[in-house]
Design a protein around this ligand. Sequence first.
Ligand code: PMP
Length: 318
Amino acid sequence: MSDTPKWAWLDGEFVPWEAAKLHVRTECVMRGANVFEGVRGYWDERAAELRVLQLDEHLERLHRSKKVLRLQVPYSRWDFREISLELLRRNEFREDVHLRPTVYFGEGDGFGYSAETIHMGAFVTATAQRARRNVTGIACAVSSWQRISDRDVPPRVKAAGNYINARLATVQARVDGYDNAILLNAEGKVTEAPAACLFLIRDGVAVTPAVTSGILDSITRGTLLRLFRDELHMAVEERDVDRTELYHADEVFLCGTHTEVLPVVSVDRYPVGSGTVGGITSALRDLFFDIVRGRVARYAAWLTPVYGRVPAAPGATC
Ligand code: PMP
């Protein structure tokens, strides 16, 4: 299909893509006052099916983000699950997609939070197969920008305003000649990359910063922790991670819904391990792509089919 989707969804209605516009005076546009999710759908050519990865987990996190900002909408998670699937069907996607449910403040009295100033929208676009085909890995720098903390801008709330922090670190890394950044928290511990979580592997153990270190509670991170344990039979540790552990690691990779599994081959120009993509990262990435493409039956429950689904009872999955 063309790059332009046909439909978006705004405040209860499916609207043509071109009509899905916000006024410049909304708090959403002016101050980034929204919470959102990024959800992936994977197209399976063989089965002619589009499947959404971990839709309920994303809607649960959207709900938790909404709660912190006191954003109330007249739609349940169940409603929003149905809206998301219908939006995908109406767009007749036959390729990988990225779905963005969003709850935002519109025009109102500045920092007010009354129901009439709160809106909900969703849009979906086709995605290029970018990160997952990166076979050489990327070069990261530890950023001099510090990761936001729960004391000021809560990292586990997926709010648009949080991404100024990610933008500053990403742009600085690129200006300095790196592909991406890794941010430390106020205690100097490793947190995550801009919009992606991080794992390192050392002596056969998979290590990732704890959810209390200042990271988004990443759905992909949780998925990979499980795959390390259940499929690769490796020990995992969720704990504080020092900067120099990145330099001593055998393998490092970033992960996220958008990033998928992306190998890091150097940090601050120190080669990670041999300086090439590690064997465990490669094996994990292959397994991840097999699962999201629907090729591993025991993980079929992580995928919601868009076209051929049998509806579950309301409340059963949300
Ligand atoms: N951290 C941040 C700040 C992110 O935006 C993302 C992407 N949602 C991630 C981590 C990875 O999270 P997930 O696996 O849930 O996509």
